[in-house]
Design a protein. Structure first.
Length: 171
């Protein structure tokens, strides 16, 4: 997911480029469990410090349900707007006067902007904390382990909480 922005860095502040992407990065595929390529649009605008990259990408990820442990597919939308700072001045070829912070995204020495890391970071933020294959997922039976979405079991599950012992004596 590399874009050469040398021509844009030569241009005036406010110049922009629009790209349509359909990329499949192996590192993103492994980290986000992507099932196919990320597709979408990327707009890059020249700023006084570097370039502002605004992206909206969509794809499909493979997740495991937190209740029934079944694998399922879910759409993911990755959107971000980040400024990228060049490490080399395009006019002089020397190190840039603007020093990027540790958490800034950079444009490398070849004036190539790599979208892999921001896509990874924002993609991980879009992942659900407790993925569910469907909202009404029944989960697994804690006694016999059967998937309650597909089979019905006759297990009786009792909550054995000592704090509720007094209430159980009433019934």
């Amino acid at each position: 997911m590399n874009l050469n922005v040398a021509q844009l860095l030569i241009g005036p502040v406010g110049a922009s480029r629009q790209y349509e992407l359909e990329e499949q990065s192996e590192s993103l595929k492994q980290e986000l469990n992507l099932e196919g390529p990320l597709t979408g649009s990327v707009r890059i605008d020249r700023t006084n410090r570097g370039v502002l990259c605004t992206a909206l990408l969509v794809g499909q990820v493979s997740l495991q349900c937190s209740r029934c442990l079944a694998e399922y597919s879910q759409p993911i939308s990755i959107g971000f707007s980040e400024e990228f700072i060049p490490v080399i001045d395009i006019d002089t070829g020397l190190a840039s006067r603007i020093l990027p912070d540790v958490d800034d995204f950079v444009i490398d020495e070849s004036h190539v902007l790599d979208l892999t890391d921001p896509c990874r970071q924002y993609g991980l933020l879009e992942m659900p904390l407790q993925p569910l294959c469907r909202p009404d997922c029944q989960g697994l039976c804690p006694t016999c382990g059967v998937n309650r979405n597909h089979e019905r079991c006759d297990c009786v599950v009792e909550a054995d909480d000592p704090r509720l012992a007094v209430l159980r004596s009433w019934f």
